[in-house]
Ligand binder design. Structure first.
Ligand SMILES: Cc1cc2nc3c(=O)[nH]c(=O)nc-3n(C[C@H](O)[C@H](O)[C@H](O)COP(=O)(O)OP(=O)(O)OC[C@H]3O[C@@H](n4cnc5c(N)ncnc54)[C@H](O)[C@@H]3O)c2cc1C
Length: 417
């Protein structure tokens, strides 16, 4: 056996160089964060310290909503211009051209700082921008993808309809070809952030004669086009996070098409896989909720010493740890270059199932103070999470649908009748 040559793969000095480069990247990123944002007080700093908000779907005044968007935009621009907004993106589109390791290091570092919430960009950057990048025509990629990563533009996902949710391939919004344009008519529903969006990722039926999965075309659609009407819907928290979107003879140039005509189902699948993989981070806020619950268990008068509550707490903490380890394994698969697959559905299901139990136990511990606002820190705020969990169990694929995917496509069980 010959010794590994210096400078070839397997040469340990290459690993050392990479480590040094990552360390220096991290030092610079730390300098950037220190210069612009304070460090976060840990969720468990002390009872009564900091913001007690438990849900991003909480009701907000118009001024608070405006502030949320402006702060998110300010932060995204600052981060992007400093080179940390799209770390793994291609340099020709303004990305950093760096590796998943750089992204992970920055993410871990940033978690220690009180950066503004950028939830308004979750779908935009997690689903819409990757689909445009992967399937868009070059001028549409140039028009949207960089500006979306800089936070200048926001995207929304126009998939679900009143008659097509779990079975999204059953959609009936029509796209009819007219020369170099398409004419769009129909309705979407539950479209998160559409009221802030500049561009939508639209699935529409382009061929009524083909089997349902083969007659769909995907488009990027500017939300300012004549004939698009966005109407916000109120959730049970009182917040307005999603919308109905109506299309009335909307004319869209063919250059906005993503992928081939009638091949939109392939685009949809890549988007849904990315959506389900979002759960591998702490996109659902499980870590924070579990920490808050642990803290509550040590407060006098909140049943933290009740053996049944303690048993449920142990189950929650164990489940959260299992999810973290599974996420690390998924991270490893991604680093090895494997795309997200049906197994990622486990994260969405595991997160929402764990959050359901967290909300239930919090409700049992708090009793009436979860639903009556006494002004006491960290109590009524749980009400928003209790009212948000059912929506989380539906958004991005319901628990039942996730179970079907796991059963049929991961475990190989017989298909449902
Ligand atoms: C907070 C929130 C945000 C959302 N944001 C967006 C968005 O930005 N863009 C977008 O396009 N959509 C969005 N959605 C819509 C979401 O994707 C759909 O609600 C979801 O796919 C379920 O579809 P549905 O509501 O039509 O329910 P249905 O599909 O009608 O399901 C009704 C019930 O039947 C069950 N069911 C359906 N099929 C099966 C089956 N095969 N086996 C077993 N049970 C089944 C379901 O689990 C559910 O309990 C959002 C939803 C929520 C709650």
């Amino acid at each position: 056996m010959t010794a590994t040559e210096v400078g070839t793969p397997g040469d340990p000095s290459l690993d050392l160089d990479l480590d040094r480069e990552l360390d220096s990247f991290e030092d610079q990123a730390r300098e950037f964060l220190e210069a612009h944002v304070p460090r976060t007080a840990p969720a468990t700093a002390a009872w009564g310290v900091g913001d007690d908000t438990m849900s991003s779907y909480a009701k907000r005044s118009p001024a608070a909503e405006h502030d949320r968007i402006e702060r998110a935009r300010w932060w995204k621009r600052l981060e992007f211009d400093a080179g940390y907004g799209w770390i793994t993106g291609p340099t020709e589109l303004g990305g950093g051209g760096r590796t998943a390791d750089h992204l992970r290091r920055y993410g871990e570092l940033r978690a220690a700082y009180a950066v503004p919430s950028t939830n308004v960009y979750t779908i935009s950057l997690g689903m819409v921008a990757p689909a445009i990048l992967q399937h868009g025509q070059p001028q549409i990629v140039r028009k949207y993808v960089t500006a979306m990563h800089r936070g200048d533009l926001i995207g929304c996902q126009l998939f679900s309809e009143p008659g097509a949710g779990s079975d999204v391939a059953g959609l009936s919004t029509r796209a009819v070809r007219d020369g170099d344009e398409w004419v769009i008519n129909g309705q979407k529903v539950w479209t998160s952030e559409a009221h802030h969006a500049d561009v939508g990722l639209l699935l529409a039926r382009s061929n009524v004669d083909a089997p349902k999965h083969q007659g769909i075309t995907a488009f990027a659609i500017p939300m300012s086009l004549t004939g698009i009407d966005v109407r916000p819907l109120t959730m049970m928290t009182g917040g307005t996070e999603f919308n109905e979107v109506f299309f009335d003879d909307v004319r869209l140039p063919d250059s906005y098409r993503l992928g081939a005509v009638d091949a939109g189902w392939g685009v949809a699948i890549s988007v849904l896989m990315n959506e389900r993989a979002l759960g591998t981070g702490d996109a659902f806020g499980l870590g924070r909720a579990v920490e808050r619950l642990r803290m509550m268990a040590s407060m006098p008068g909140l049943r933290g010493d009740d053996p049944v509550i303690r048993q449920q707490l142990a189950r929650i903490i164990t489940n959260a740890a299992c999810i973290r380890y599974q996420a690390l394994a998924a991270d490893g698969r991604r680093k090895a270059g494997l795309p997200p697959g049906p197994a990622e559905s486990v994260f969405k299901l595991a997160n929402t199932e764990a959050l359901r139990l967290v909300a239930q136990v919090a409700g049992e511990m708090l009793g009436p103070s979860a639903v009556a606002d006494t002004g006491e820190w960290g109590t009524y705020a749980w009400g928003d999470l209790i009212l948000t969990v059912p929506g989380m169990r539906v958004a991005g694929g319901t628990d039942e649908v996730m179970r079907n995917i796991l059963a049929e496509r991961v475990l190989g069980l017989p298909k449902e009748p």
